[in-house]
Design a protein around this ligand. Structure first.
Ligand SMILES: Nc1ncnc2c1ncn2[C@@H]1O[C@H](COP(=O)(O)OP(=O)(O)O)[C@@H](O)[C@H]1O
Ligand SMILES: [Mg+2]
Length: 250
């Protein structure tokens, strides 16, 4: 058979972690309407660290929010580890997200009145772990991101880079199958950026897991298994290795 078949409209392949088909999202209405996603097709596989790149405003954060189930979309299908988010009621999406998804926000979203240890413990407590066990696991996670000794500091006592690493620890601590990161190294120096990406790669390699990273940071492109290039609300190109992506024009 000479021609490739069009991608199947049926169930996604078994190794697919995230399957997005024909998703549209418009913010606002009338004159002020902004079409942020225009029929997006997107896949992320189990076992991979996938990067999403593209110019500011092209829809990267919007796509991450749709995949995380924190933003309603207009049309299309979003399937995460076999759960069809477009068919689930909001309460079930929330329950699914708490168990299965870790999200690192561009703005960190730490609770300012809680210290680092308490911030990182949140996903574990929400998922029903006792406080002692939660704090012990959170301590280990803070150590992994290079923050041993800063457990009792509140966000205001930490630098931007330290806050970002608390946010990363919080996204990983409950070992979610899918980790979604929006610019996870934006406030980090070279060494901490590498440390965090090595951790992400280890997470992505664990059985049945997947890491999706939106980034502009060309220092970390080499950690990508594949790269998805977005432009103007669409996926423009998918690279099977970071080596074929020329990020120099960004
Ligand atoms: N809550 C919102 N309300 C209105 N417009 C938005 C909102 N969020 C994003 N947009 C618009 O949608 C487009 C895509 O934004 P975004 O997904 O944040 O892009 P990126 O993350 O690639 O920089 C932009 O034009 C942005 O201004
Ligand atoms: Mg963004």
């Amino acid at each position: 058979m000479a021609e490739a078949l069009p991608s199947s409209p049926l169930a996604p392949a078994a190794d697919i972690a995230v399957h997005v088909r024909g998703v549209d999202k418009t913010f606002g209405r009338g004159e002020a309407a902004v079409q942020a996603l225009k029929g997006v097709h997107f896949d992320a596989r189990q076992g991979e660290l996938l990067m999403i790149v593209g110019p500011s405003g092209c829809g990267k954060t919007t796509l991450l929010s749709v995949i995380a189930g924190t933003l309603e979309f207009d049309t299309g299908e979003v399937d995460v580890f076999g759960s069809a988010l477009h068919d689930l009621p909001p309460s079930e999406i929330t329950a699914f997200r708490r168990r299965n998804i870790g999200f690192i926000f561009q703005s960190f979203n730490l609770v300012p009145t809680l210290n680092a240890l308490e911030n990182v413990s949140i996903p574990l407590l929400i998922n029903g772990l006792g406080r002692k066990a939660a704090e012990s696991r959170s301590c280990q996670m803070l150590e992994k991101v290079g923050l041993a000794g800063r457990e009792r500091d509140t966000p205001l006592q930490l630098s931007g880079g330290q806050q970002q690493r608390v946010a990363i620890a919080r996204a990983l601590v409950h070992e979610p199958r899918l980790v979604i990161c929006d610019e996870p190294t934006s406030a980090l120096d070279r060494d901490n950026g590498r440390r965090v990406m090595e951790l992400m790669r280890e997470v992505a390699r664990a059985p049945g897991r997947c890491v999706i990273v939106v980034t502009h940071d060309n220092r970390i492109f080499k950690f990508a298994d594949r790269m998805t290039e977005m432009d103007d609300g669409r996926v423009a190109r998918v690279h099977d290795t970071h080596e074929t992506y020329d990020g120099s024009h960004h």
